[in-house]
Design a protein around this ligand. Sequence first.
Ligand SMILES: [Zn+2]
Length: 379
Amino acid sequence: MDDGFRGRWLLPDGVATGRVRVAGGRIAGFEPEPLDDDGWWVPGFVDVHVHGGGGGEAMDGVEGVRALAAAHLPHGTTALFPTTLTAPWPEVLAGLRAIAAVLHEDAMAAANEGPPERRAAVLGAHLEGPFVSPQRLGAQPPFAIDPTPDRVAAVLALGVVRVVTLAPELDGAEAAAVAFARAGVRVSFGHTVADAATAERVAAAVERAGGVLGATHLFNAMSGMTGRAPGVIGAVLGDPAAFAELIVDGHHLAAASVRAAFAAKGARLMLITDAIRATATTATASTLGPHAVAIEGGAARLSDGTLAGSVLTLDVAVRTAVAMGVPVEAALRAATQAPAAYLGLADRGRVAPRAHADVVRLDAGLNVRSVWRAGVRVA
Ligand SMILES: [Zn+2]
């Protein structure tokens, strides 16, 4: 069924030329073969932090989730975690239920072995807010609340959240972090004013509970790092087990910060989009939750100039990272293998036997030429 999967491949442990065999929608094997190829075959990108795209937003309900998953597919993203916004509590739970409904649709389609949907697979939700600091909302709407045991239980009962952004200084944050970690939910520090000691205390609790720690858009919306006040940035950079997200759109971070993060975190650095609904559209005016957003020069901002998520797609993030001096292989792994490892997904983000045959063909300039899901061309 596969005839064309030949070329230069990004494999789990290196780069090699050859041919990938596909059977039953999964990778069956790799046969090395000397070939000339200046393009790339890579695993489909995995986005662990994405609010919207194609006019849709995760908080819109089922149609919004489907729209954003479709919008990111032609840009090489074959799996993603729709991300909620800080909002009144009932709206947050409704957003999570809609993500669960689309996840269920995808799972049913896969079980029936029908053709893959022309959208990225929805693998779970990222709950970004409301368990965040009211002092570091960034562009998040002002509905921050504490992670009480009842609220944590309500989230876990839905069974769809795989990543939670949490400000570790909030009342109840440590108990909440432990409960999330025990349930397999990744605890991601973000939208926080915590000092390093607070972050390290909660990080240690997560790790004792067998959990995995992350950082939500490292550097943005968190306490900064200086020599005697290392903040959440220092706590995360200094923890070899912690993963970190990065928004590499050319607006959120300077090139030196991007290179420093890659140097410190290595295989645990993840490119994300933090994309809003205007992503992959031509809109110049849009919304983020209740806020009006203007899009100009590839940046989305509130009226006061605050960056409001991004209009980034992961293909652009990879190219921007490379333009900033990140090695190509490292940038590609940060969009594929690293997020899959963060989420404990053995069959995504890597070209290896039994993994989903979700692959992307890139040209020499890292532009997406074609996208395949389950061995079927979908873009
Ligand atoms: Zn976000």
